[in-house]
Design a binder for this molecule. Sequence first.
Ligand code: ADP
Length: 418
Amino acid sequence: MPITDQANQAERATQGITVDASHEPVSVLTINGGSSSIKFALYQVGERLDRKLFGKVDRIGLNGTNLTFADDDGSPQARLSLPAADHKSAADFLIGWLETQDGFESVRAVGHRVVHGMNHTEPEIVTQDLLDELHRISPYDPEHLPREIKLIQAFRQRHPKLPQLACFDTTFHSDMPRVAKLLPIPRRYEAMGVQRYGFHGLSYAYLMEELASLGDPAATTGRVILAHLGNGASMAAVRDGKSIDTSMAFTPTAGLVMSTRSGDLDPGLAAFLARTEKMTTSRFYDMVNHESGLLGISETSSDMRDLLDQEATDTRSAEAVTTFCYQAKKWIGSFAAALGGLDTIVFAGGIGENSPAVRSRICEGLGFLGIEIDDARNAESAAEISERASQVKIRVIRTDEELMIARSVTRLLRLGTH
Ligand code: ADP
């Protein structure tokens, strides 16, 4: 066996063996690193996963970086200002602070959200090999992977014996049929890993587990559309519990209109802007990821709440909301076709969970697919918002990516019964 394989195997073995569920209490820490924030949560492992602490460091790389947190009862605690604000120093500050918190001594493993896992079909224990691989595939997701690697490394440096797990957003879609994965460009790019991957997988996995716990047969044998509508937005078509297609593709920029991402565009646009405005690739990247979507159309805000507040008096805001809902409606139609019909739609994410107006506009006119929303229940954001006679059940589920990470960690390391 090559030396590196032996080293990795030894590393995995050591990490596995040091996990000992017999010493109470046992906790799991989850880390969800975004472009300018790090969300964290600490769960005590028992009969169920009990969240004891959660919070975030936000405005990383901007003025006024803060750490805010809340106790298990949800009561917000003090806000701490960070002296230095890049990702590395924010991670070091966070770890130093976590070490002083009640319960940190009981942490037996750290679970990280990792947005891109290429072809990994399971969460993985972090080894040097895995870190090398994540470095290698960073060009596939330059926005997320380098920061996520830094976070993992910061924990590894200060707590080298603590097992860490990478939970990938792409995993949920790894079984999609080839017809959904294959992109219609020259074949040779497929060999370089250019294909539809899909993202938001931790949220989707959580939503499917919630559907199963509600006893909805659609969770295991039905045709489901999961709509995760937050700042990042995507949909997944799920049949018999498995993703068969999803709107995000090779990158998270594809698919639906998002807060600052364009979603799908005519590929001819890049060449047109290069010719007419001498736009470079990196400017184009910035434009479609950070200046488009709701922000691009409204020219004022990337936040759906602002746009809904302004739409009566501002045409640009109204058009941003309308375009968002129209494109979402089209994706529902296209996934209903891919699934050969529809049994359940689930709305999740900040917009999906909280905006009756957006849900109602997306579903409007879809009666021909058996989609009938109940206005009163929708206005309350009830758990089930479809009319009783609606063929398609329409549900609102609060997604919880952190809890999904914690469940994955406890399952893989056999820390409890989750
Ligand atoms: P992220 O993808 O960053 O986790 P969220 O899932 O928190 O984002 O979603 C943020 C979006 O949810 C914002 O556009 C915000 O305006 C929207 N949102 C939150 N609450 C409401 C609400 N009550 N009505 C409409 N939109 C809302």
